[in-house]
Ligand binder design. Structure first.
Ligand code: ATP
Ligand code: MG
Ligand code: FE
Length: 339
């Protein structure tokens, strides 16, 4: 099926068009520049930007894909979780297109879409697989029986998400928002063993994470150095912080594979774009005999193709479409794949 996916859960207006697992267009308009000076996404500004970007972004995606609106077989949209006002714009647009074109509507979970998108690059997901989902708002280990079925949550962060920790530490180090990519870049010039930062909840026997203690430890360390007039080598601090995060993430992900006897690990979400996470995960998977799948960085961060991919899977699995009454659900649970 030819599926158009709409993503508006945060600051990206993402429109993706796929045919099955073939990517035809992935067009993104971001309002990040408007938020950067506030050091975080401003919900009202994001909603307004989605409204303005929706029609031109859809037109541009159709042109890239070389298809007409009337060729579309189904509309998929992020129904949650995310910013309520931002989600609302995408859901309203999706309903309008579904009704106007007379094609089915599929409301999908943004987080499940972060998992499904990998299939555009690496083909159908093995059943089952373990998914490590690490993004700006979430950090979870999931047991995924099948992309179109509800997932089982093995554990998640008890405080900050991994991406949130990257963004907060970047601010402490004077790097721009969003900080993840800047820490990744700075860390290349630094040493991951320069400072021994704490690894929260490591080897505690659960699949939960904690990053707020680490974030505080970095802030305290920087403050102490500044107070005593010592200079701070940003690349070393960035690399040491990053090492602490990716050490815990990969360690727990492989423990989950072992416990559940699963030989396929997928990493998804914005933080999956991190170069050190990708390298360490590969190293540890090779050692453990686990196959690793990570989408290319451009598919890890928010986009419409991920939504279209999951929609396409739901159509292929014969799942009943969503009602035109579905709400935008800002706190849609991670275990609910479609609404
Ligand atoms: P969620 O998916 O939980 O709703 P979100 O959609 O805001 O959150 P994503 O777009 O999936 O988040 O990911 C954005 C996060 O990924 C930000 O915190 C950003 O700093 C982080 N990130 C992006 N690239 C990198 C990178 N190379 N290294 C580390 N973090 C990164
Ligand atoms: Mg974003
Ligand atoms: Fe996301």
């Amino acid at each position: 099926p030819l599926v158009l996916g709409i993503e508006t859960s945060c600051d990206e207006t993402g429109i993706g068009i796929v045919r099955g697992h073939t990517l035809l267009a992935n067009t993104i308009a971001s309002s990040m520049e408007e938020h950067a000076r506030f050091g975080g996404v401003v919900p009202e500004v994001a909603s307004r930007a989605h409204l303005e970007a929706m029609t031109p972004t859809i037109e541009s995606a159709l042109a890239t894909a070389g298809v007409k609106l009337t060729d579309i077989d189904a509309i998929a949209v992020t129904a949650g979780p995310g910013l309520a006002g931002a989600l609302l714009v995408g859901v309203a647009a999706a309903k309008a297109y579904s009704l106007g074109l007379g094609v089915p509507l599929y409301g999908v979970n943004h987080l499940a879409a972060h998992v499904a998108v990998d299939q555009l690059e690496h083909g159908p997901l093995p059943k089952p697989c373990i998914a490590l989902l690490v993004s700006g708002g979430h950090s979870s280990l999931l047991l995924v029986p099948d992309v179109s079925e509800d997932v089982i949550s093995l554990g998640s962060t008890v405080d900050d998400a991994a991406g949130e920790a990257f963004d907060k530490v970047a601010r402490v180090l004077g790097l721009p928002f969003p900080g993840g990519p800047h820490i990744d870049k700075a860390a290349v010039q630094g040493s991951g063993t320069a400072v021994a930062f704490p690894r929260g909840k490591i080897d505690d026997g659960t699949f939960d994470f904690s990053f707020s203690g680490l974030k505080t430890a970095v802030a305290r360390w920087v403050e102490a150095r500044e107070a005593s007039g010592q200079s701070i080598h940003v690349p070393d601090v960035a690399a040491s912080f990053q090492e602490a995060v990716v050490d815990v993430l990969t360690r727990k992900a492989l423990q989950a594979c072992k416990k559940y006897g699963v030989h396929d690990l997928l990493i998804g979400g914005g933080v999956a774009a991190n170069s050190r996470l990708r390298a360490l995960a590969q190293e540890r998977c090779d050692k453990a005999g686990v196959r690793l799948r990570v989408p290319r960085p451009g598919l890890c961060t928010d986009n419409g193709a991920m939504v279209a991919t999951l929609g396409s899977d739901l159509v292929a699995a014969g799942i009943a479409p969503s009602s035109l009454e579905i709400p935008a659900d800002s706190s849609l649970p991670i275990t609910t794949v479609h609404v």
